[in-house]
Each structure stands twice: as structure tokens, then as C-alpha cells.
Design a protein around this ligand. Sequence first.
Ligand SMILES: [Zn+2]
Length: 476
Amino acid sequence: MIALSRLSLCAALLFSLVTAAAAQSAPNLPSATIPADRLAKYSDDAVQWMRDYLRIDTSNPPGHELAAAQFFKKVLDSENIENQVFEFTPGRANIWARIKGGGTKRPLILLSHMDVVTSDPAKWKANPFSADVIDGAMYGRGAQDMKQEGLAQLVVMVMLKREQVRLDRDVILLATSDEEVDGIGTDWMIANKRDLLENAEFLITEGGDNLEQKGHVESVGVDVAEKSPFWLKLTAHGTPGHASVPLADSAPNRLVRALYRVINYQTELKVLPVVEEHFKALAATQTSDLAAKFADIRTALEDKAFYARMSADPQYAYLLRDTISLTRMQGSQQTNVIPSEAVANLDIRLLPGEDAHAFLVLMKNVVDDANVTIEPESKDFRKANASDVNTTLFQIFREVSAAYWPGTPVVPTITSGYTENQRYREIGINCYGFTPYAATKEEGATEHGNNERVRLEELRSAPRILFDVVATLGQR
Ligand SMILES: [Zn+2]
């Protein structure tokens, strides 16, 4: 306790220096009109509430997010902010809250998930639910994914209310259960309480990534699209027998030949509009010959050598193509038995807009063997989607970023993974992964790993950045 309050004091001093600089460079942002003592109080609240939030164990499975929803509710009730808790199954709940605006614009939703992945305390410096502070950072499962973002969203709701910010649109806070496993919290909300999401125009959630190196934020990554998993199972069929008498067209042999064709098959590189914007923004960070090429990736890829270079670079290639990863193979249970079946699994990720059925037909053509059947592992395929970068909110991300991190490019990104944005985009909302927190590579890597933590300095400053985004959007 004592150690924390001392640290808080240091952080408060540091924060006032940081925010003074930010306010100077950004006199037009809404937070610049809030007196310093009130800003410091919001920062204190952020640290205090984050400690309370991290101490609630919402490891999923089993989740038990109701306790976290009650934590949100307590703060919201004490600020007289309209809210409702939905315990859709015992112990598991979503919380929804709203600050009403003038209604001339469609709402903004601030979305977070309250569940966290499991952890192995033996591998941590501090207990994952202690919220202990070590060397200026608060430790806890969820400190990067994504209790820190949910907390900043909660503080922003409180700021909007206490500061009586004029809003032309409603601001809705939604904290859900089960994102880390099946996403039943979001599914339940969309199926049963769609009216409470109103006809929202924008949604902000996790997925953004502001990389800090040597105290400088190098890039502000905003998630605007994702790829969609389309996993396939290949089963080769053949005559079984004793392995002492080899059979040329046995199931394992057929499978290996089919997989050889698959792994040598190159899907075509395609430039989606969001990916074009991604490379354009990234061009500013390149010092090599890549800068000019990234500035116009579409033209650059017409050059065969450059196409081959991009195709061979896993960091860039996944943005430009549907990907295929061979991950599992299974044949006989015994070395001396030729099995009648051999199986392999492919983890395929499709770009936004791609048709799963067409890709299945393509794979059948590549495999080109009637004795190798190919079927999707799951029946429900969710088409990947993307949100436009030419929107008011994306423009505001650029303006606010320019104020806090001058000269740092705002880079729209397409995540290799899958987020809940996919489901909210389907109902007509422009969804972005944006975070007001900066993290070093090392800190970011603690997400789903050991020693997950967030710096107190970030906890104190992030809510204000998000407030500036939300309050600006509220009046535009
Ligand atoms: Zn997450």
C-alpha cells in the first residue's frame, strides 16, 4: 500500500509534466479545458479502479464475469450513469451503460471484454490477481488484454458525465463475457438486446497497438479488418495392409503427395483498400528502398522481383493473401500397419470478402485426387470484413494521435487473428481496434503470457487520450 502511494505520487508528478506538454501541443482537444486538479483526480481514480478490477478473477474458463460487471455497476451507479447488468447464465453477465446525447448523430459504442485467459501463477513475479506494483507497473492477468482498455472506457464515461460534455450522439459502454472462448456474451447481446446497441455508427474495442521504443511511440496501429479462419480436414483413403509389403497408393502416400501440392501452391497476392492504406502509412517508417514501394504498393507489386520478395516475407504476405498452414497429420497407430485412412488439417485464413466455398473448390483442384476428401472442420464460416478508413472517427484518431504523439504515423492494420469486431461489423457498425495505451514490445508480449502488466504512467494518461477521441466525436 505504502509503496503504491509513493509510486502514485511520482507518477502524478510525471503525469502532470506529460499532460502539460500534451495540452500545450493540443490546445484544441476537449480535455485542455479541464483543470489540472480534476485531471489528476481522474488519473488517481484510474489507478485505484484498475487495482480493484484486476483483483477480480475472471479467468475463462469458467469466466465468472458477473463480479466484474458488479464492479462496473458500482462505479456507474455512484456517478448516476444509466446502466443495466444482464446475467444471461448463472455467474456470467454483460454490462451496458449509456450517456445520452442530443440524438442528431448515431451512437458510439465502447466495447471491452471482462474475461481473461488462464494463467500459471508459478511463472509470475506477482500473483496474477494481486495487482501488485513492481518497478512502476501493475501486474495482473488482463493488464494488456483487455482490462486496461475497459477501465479507460469506464473512466471516459465518468469524465463525460462529471464534465457535462455536450454530445450530439449517445455514448454506450458495453463490457461482455466470454470473448476469449466462444464469445457467448456478444452473441447473447446481439441476439437479445440489439435495441440497446441502437443504430450505432461506430465502435471502439481492442486490437489497436501503439508500439513504444526507447520512450517514443513509433506507430499508432488501428485495427480496421481481420481475416477469417476456414479450417480444412483432408482425409486420404487407400488399401490397408502389412507394412512389410509396401503399397504405392496407400492412404499415407496419397496424403503426402496431396500435401506436397498444397504446400507448394501459392495463393495470389491481392491488395485490398485497407491494406493499401496500411502500406501507405507504413511508408513513413521505412528508411530503406521500401518507403517508395510501400507508398504505392499496388504499382510496386507489378514488378515480379518485388512481388516475389513480398510473397516470401511472412510479416507482409499474410496481409496480401489467403494463407494456408499445414498443422496436423495423422496416419497409423502402429509403425507396421498401413492404415486405410490418413488425415491432415490445414489452418486457412481468408481475407475480408473471400468466399469460403470458392476456396474449397480451389483446394480440391490443387489436391487433384478423388481419393482425398476435403471438408471444413466447422459448419459455420463467418466471412471476414473490414471498416472504412475514410470516416469521421478514423480522422479523429489521426488528430488526437498527432497531438499526443506528434509525427507518429497512424497505421490501419488487418489483424491475422479474429476479433468480435467481425460480429458488430455485420450489423452495420464501423468497428475499430484502437487503444489509448502505449506499450513496449516486451510489455505487449505479456498478453496471454506471464507477468502481464501495465505501467502506472500509462494507466494515468490513457483515459485522457480516449476521452479526447470520444468527446471530439461527440461533437462532430
Ligand atoms: Zn482481448
